[in-house]
Design a binder for this molecule. Structure first.
Ligand code: NAP
Length: 497
């Protein structure tokens, strides 16, 4: 292998990076390298190891279609099992020899003349490649709240995605800021160990019971059938997301659940959302409401004024003395920004191009950035089903593009600007009259101006159908200067060895 020169560079080794790498290997392409900033695979499932971390999508669908896992212990698996699954996939498909651990990408730039990307890696020599695949994850950079005084706190303060297992919380006074998907998993665990738990809520979440349980031992066909059943059951939820009127049935179920779980009407009122269900992620939990009803738990909704050396002061003037503050405040939404500085054709900078909202074609390719692919890019997120389904769809599409490029000897491929524009206009139009439209609520799915750049506003199977085949007519392509043969030589993975 030519040092510093690969055909394909993949950034990240979570579900996206590993899924891409495995499919490449299966297709007989092995001149690729994965760059991983950490020392292990797993992406978000490596980073999020807070107590209670689990998936809120059933494991038979939250896993690769080609690698069913007979070992899932529960329908909704805990984090450790998902991480173990990803490590198993890396081992089984012999992906580890392709991974460069402790290799954090700091920038990437494209050169028109050669049609090659140069990828800068912190503390290492750059890599040159023809194709750059960003698999660095939608939710990988923790977002700390912009609250005055956060740095002044003298106790332990950390984020759910950077859990400090060295901080003893037993019997302590613990605050959890936020009531999103991470918070509702961590709060019950805190209530089990801490002496006092104060939950600072800005917006209540819509919560439904989690149909969890031990995973029945099934035969292979049984597992396949279960996967299909769960997929379609979750897929049907999209109907209500797209037709808000139907959402009132979901809301009724959630309110009945809240009533059953929380006997105190005042607490119930504080936990009742005032916006349409589905606008933010619909959460599943069997223990959050119970935890909120415990005597050692307090729900605080008066708004945080500042963090002080000893705790949190709320807008009503109350001082809450604390030993630890846990920020369950979500992530900097990567779908909406470049993960690192990326310079495309003729000096175009991705973060500049995206300054009014990220956009791509099929969430995967961006005009002005040839030979670059994004997995879980703009408008490819789901509110109702497994993101692994979307990842596998994108992987299939990218594989189609790479195979075609190789066959045709292309030096570069770039989505046509007009195609990308028309695609995004259609996407934005589709948000009208859905639960995600601005009239219903504000969420991290949207830019400050209200444009939703995160969610795929439709069924996931329509995304699958759109990405089944690489649609070369949507792309401008350039052949290598020396023609098809030379292109094939360069793109043939074995030719650089
Ligand atoms: P999130 O959904 O963004 O929730 C963040 C929470 O923090 C919200 O309740 C938010 O309130 C609150 N918050 C943010 N800034 C605040 C501030 N300055 N003051 C007070 N409250 C503040 O983040 P998350 O819970 O980490 O979940 C993010 C995503 O990760 C999910 O949507 C999901 O896609 C994924 N996730 C998945 C699972 C799973 O089981 N598969 C588990 C965890 C996370 P507002 O609502 O008012 O903004």
């Amino acid at each position: 292998m030519n040092p510093g020169r690969e055909t394909i560079v993949i950034v990240g080794t979570g579900f996206s990076g590993l899924g891409m790498a495995i499919r490449l290997k299966k297709a007989g392409i092995d001149d690729f390298v994965l760059l991983e900033k950490a020392g292990e695979v797993g992406g978000t499932w490596r980073e999020n190891h807070y107590p209670g971390a689990a998936c809120d999508v059933p494991s038979p669908v939250y896993s690769f279609s080609f690698e069913p896992n007979p070992k899932w212990s529960r329908v909704f698996s805990p984090q450790a099992e998902i991480l173990a699954y990803l490590k198993h996939c890396a081992d089984k498909y012999q992906i580890r020899p392709h991974i460069r651990f402790h290799s954090e990408v700091s920038a990437a730039s494209y050169e028109v003349k050669s049609g090659l990307w140069t990828v800068q890696i912190q503390g290492q020599s750059p890599l040159v490649c023809r194709f750059l695949i960003l698999a660095s994850g939608g939710l990988s950079r923790p977002s700390y709240p912009n609250i005055p005084g956060l740095k002044n706190f003298q106790g332990a303060l950390f984020h759910t995605a950077a859990w400090r297992h060295d901080v003893p919380l037993h019997g302590q006074r613990v605050a959890v800021i936020g009531t999103g998907a991470s918070a509702i998993q961590v709060v019950p665990e805190m209530v089990r160990v801490a002496g006092e738990v104060k939950v600072f809520q800005r917006t209540p979440a819509w919560i439904l019971p989690k149909p969890d349980g031990l995973m029945p031992q099934r035969s292979r066909p049984g597992n396949w059938l279960l996967r299909k059943l769960l997929y379609w059951q979750f897929e049907m939820k999209a109907l209500a997301l797209l037709r808000p009127k139907l959402m009132r049935y979901g809301q009724k179920m959630a309110l009945a659940f809240l009533k059953d779980e929380v006997p105190d009407p005042k607490l119930r009122e504080k936990l009742t959302p005032d916006y349409i269900m589905g606008c933010k992620r619909i959460l599943l939990s069997n223990d959050f409401y119970k935890a909120m009803s415990q005597p050692q738990t307090q729900l605080i909704t008066s708004g945080i004024e500042e963090v002080t050396a000893r705790g949190i002061r709320t807008r009503d003037g109350a001082e809450h003395e604390l030993d630890a503050v846990i920020c369950a405040t979500g992530f900097q939404v990567a779908e909406a920004s470049a993960p690192f500085p990326i310079q495309g054709r003729r000096g175009l900078v991705l973060s500049e191009v995206w300054k009014d909202g990220a956009q791509a074609y099929l969430g995967t390719t961006v005009s002005g950035f040839p030979n670059m692919f994004i997995i879980v890019g703009p408008n490819s997120g789901l509110g109702h089903n497994s993101i692994v389904f979307i990842i596998e769809s994108q992987v299939q599409y990218i594989l189609g593009a790479l195979r075609t490029a190789r066959k045709k000897g292309w030096k570069s491929l770039e989505v046509k600007a007009g195609i990308q524009k028309a695609f995004n206009e259609r996407i934005q139009k589709r948000f009208q009259n859905t639960v995600w439209s601005r009239e219903h609520c504000v969420s991290w799915y949207q830019t400050p101006s209200g444009k939703n750049t995160t969610i795929w506003p439709g069924f996931s199977f329509t995304f699958r159908l759109r990405t089944l085949f690489f649609d070369r007519a949507a792309y401008e392509t350039l052949e290598t200067a020396a023609g098809q043969e030379a292109g094939q030589a360069h793109l043939n993975p074995l030719s650089t060895r």
